[in-house]
Write a new protein. Structure first.
Length: 299
């Protein structure tokens, strides 16, 4: 299990911030060539990102590069430069504004050609697709099954909010909605991801000084089934890691359920009671998932 409890965003134009990202406690760092890089700096930032991937130690985390969108002049240059320059270390490519399965297919096909021409193992570089437009949400089921390289679907609340013309100017905030304003969007992404056997990640929370609000956003995403959430500032990393790591109590309970239910199966029982609660095959699946996440986190 590849943990993505926290995906740290690091601007591709800032070598110092990229180095700090490599030293952080985030499970994944994505070196960004899209929104955090000014148009005038996009081309030169490719070299900065390649240098950072090759020079810094990423051995304890997944390294990802978010390229510019397919509808921009920079996409093809981003992909070729990054994969040719750092493909041996690169874990995934993040595709912003994935609007259809064809978008993912295009990235997959071009990745295969670059890998083949640079003696890289075909299929070694994964894809993560951001769902951040109304069109992307309409096609999210097909996008989820678009490529064997696809490892995660990511909700992009900022662009999605603009796309559906939702109220508000603060990325990831609830805007006084009676409930979680992105409940439907996130859960739809989660369902598509789970059906395809890939991960689902919640996007950024813009007010990085409000850690209480960020924690609440993490907890809501976790409750809806997400595997992790973005951090746009290092101060958010610890919060995301804690929320998306099973608690000590849940780990102990999960291991007990697995152990006692397996013993019950050996005795020919289909359901048992633990601490006054019924435990059956469905409960076992939930407990096994908790145990898997704990083991992946080294707990």
């Amino acid at each position: 299990m590849q943990l993505r409890r926290c995906q740290l965003a690091s601007p591709g134009s800032n070598i110092r911030m990229l180095e700090k990202g490599s030293q952080s406690a985030a499970d994944e760092v994505f070196l960004d060539l899209e929104d955090s890089v000014a148009p005038s700096a996009k081309v030169e930032s490719r070299d900065t990102v390649v240098r950072a991937i090759n020079d810094f130690d990423w051995s304890d985390k997944l390294v990802c590069v978010r390229v510019n969108g397919l509808d921009t002049r920079w996409f093809y240059g981003d992909l070729i430069k990054i994969v040719e320059g750092a493909g041996a270390t690169l874990g995934t490519i993040m595709l912003p504004k994935a609007n259809s399965a064809a978008d993912v297919y295009m990235v997959d096909t071009l990745l295969t050609q670059i890998e083949d021409n640079n003696d890289l193992s075909i299929g070694s570089i994964g894809i993560e697709a951001q769902i951040e437009t109304a069109m992307g949400m309409v096609n999210v089921n097909e996008i989820a099954f678009a490529s064997e390289r696809l490892q995660a679907l990511i909700f992009g609340p900022g662009d999605y909010s603009a796309s559906v013309q939702a109220r508000g100017l603060s990325i990831g905030a609830s805007e006084n909605y009676p409930g979680h304003v992105w409940h439907y969007a996130i859960h739809r992404i989660v369902v598509a991801a789970r059906a395809a056997g890939i991960q689902a990640i919640d996007g950024p929370y813009g007010d990085y000084t409000n850690l209480a609000g960020y924690q609440e956003s993490c907890e809501m995403a976790q409750a809806l089934g997400c595997d992790g959430k973005w951090a746009i500032h290092p101060s958010q990393i610890e919060v995301a890691n804690e929320v998306f790591t099973p608690s000590t109590e849940d780990i102990a309970k999960g291991r007990r359920i697995v152990s006692e239910y397996q013993r019950a199966l050996d005795e020919g029982k289909g359901a048992i009671t633990i601490d006054g609660e019924m435990v059956d095959a469905a409960t076992l699946k939930m407990a096994e998932l908790v145990v898997q996440k704990a083991e992946a986190a080294g707990l």
